[in-house]
Design a protein around this ligand. Structure first.
Ligand code: BEZ
Length: 386
């Protein structure tokens, strides 16, 4: 009896590995996202968005039934290489989707580049991923850290502010967001007079807020996201700064956070590639379907997850699910116009979305569209050789 069962198990395992080798079996999607820590909610929204698109496609991408293998990356760069290697070598995933944190994403991109595994980054903005680390098999469905920062630099300069203090977490995303802001703001004649930072994911802002009060700048520019953004906005208001020194940010400051921030976020202006009130047929349908499926309002992270699945679907449809046809997959995504809830976009030569960056203002529980701050903004893709 035992021998019969063992033989049956072996036959099933063999059939599944043959199917996988022939690219006809289930499509194993390695989802590497944070499920714990300050970015946990962002990971959930990305996964929800991804699953929503897969469900809309009957549970399939490129004609293959999708199976998920999940890893909680904890937004910890020190564990990233091990985590991604487990997905590729132990779990034999066909494609990788991840992640939120720029430092973790850079480790993923390094392994993806070395192994040739198809990777779609559904959030992390690390400029290097579509810069010096760019590769034919690496795509991003989100943004580069430079994009919202640069757009806000132009907005703040147009408002007539001259001296700005910046404050962020000291890691790639914070540094690059500030760099993008500074590039545009100083080109327009402004000056960043002080750059404040604290280690990720610390939220002890008090001493830095005291420095801002003492510096008396015309305005403050910031990058924070997730749980850290909730606390920063509340602390900024509690310190009495909100009414005296206007606070501007990359839109992550107020996306997916408004329930928790309450009135302290009201009126804040941010720049991002999504807003809650776009009102297009595509966005309306997406928001309705998302709310129905998850009993939650979508945010930018949900959109990026949805679009990561759309991009994979486009690439895989072109090769009928055969993930070994890497060049054809890349060519299909490169020439696609992705019908995103944010507005249709295509990717740059380095595989980063070329997209409108919106100026939004918090009103109640929404990031309301004010205007298009930057039309079809393309990351410069500095250092990418493709
Ligand atoms: C990043 O690490 O790239 C990132 C994290 C959260 C929101 C946006 C960017």
């Amino acid at each position: 009896m035992k021998t019969v069962r063992t033989a049956a198990l072996l036959a099933a395992a063999l059939a599944s590995s043959v199917a996988q080798a022939q690219n006809t079996g289930k499509l194993k999607v390695g989802l590497m996202l944070p499920a714990t820590g300050t970015f946990a909610a962002l990971g959930t929204a990305i996964e929800n968005g991804f699953r929503l698109h897969v469900t809309e496609q009957g549970g399939k991408l490129g004609g293959r039934e999708v199976e998920f293998v999940k890893v909680d990356d904890e937004s910890d760069p020190a564990k990233a290489t091990d985590n991604v290697n487990k997905l590729i070598k132990r779990d034999n995933v066909d494609v990788l989707v991840g992640t939120v944190h720029s430092g973790v994403a850079m480790a993923m991109a390094k392994v993806a580049k070395e192994t040739g595994t198809l990777l779609v980054v559904p959030n992390a903005g690390a400029d290097a991923v579509t810069g010096p680390m760019c590769a034919p098999n690496i795509f991003r469905s989100s943004f580069s850290n430079w994009q919202p920062g640069y757009a806000m630099g132009e907005v703040v300069a147009k408002k007539g502010h001259k001296k700005v203090v910046t404050i962020t977490w000291k890691y790639a995303a914070g540094d690059e967001s500030v760099r993008g802001f500074k590039e545009a703001f100083e080109k327009a004649g402004g000056q960043v007079v002080k750059e404040l930072s604290l280690p990720f994911p610390n939220v002890e802002f008090q001493a830095l807020l005291t420095e801002i009060a003492a510096a008396k700048p015309d305005a403050v520019y910031t990058f924070f996201a997730g749980g850290g953004a909730v606390k920063f906005v509340k602390d900024y208001a509690a310190a009495g700064l909100k009414k005296n020194i206007p606070l501007y940010g990359a839109g992550f400051l107020t996306d997916g956070t408004l329930e928790a921030q309450g009135a302290d976020a009201d009126g804040l202006l941010t720049t991002l590639h999504y807003a809650d009130s776009l009102g297009t047929p595509k966005d309306n349908a997406f928001r309705l379907a998302y709310a129905k499926s998850f009993k939650l309002q979508p945010d930018v992270y949900a959109v990026q997850g949805y679009d990561a699945a759309q991009m994979l679907g486009i690439g895989l449809a072109a090769v009928k699910g055969d993930t070994s046809k890497k060049a054809e997959i890349a060519a299909a995504i490169e020439k696609a116009k992705i019908d995103s809830p944010r507005g249709a976009f295509s990717v740059s030569k380095a595989h980063n979305p070329v997209q409108d960056i919106y100026l939004r203002q918090v009103s109640g529980k929404e990031n309301k569209l004010v205007s298009v701050a930057s039309k079809s903004l393309a990351d410069p893709g500095r250092g990418c050789k493709l």
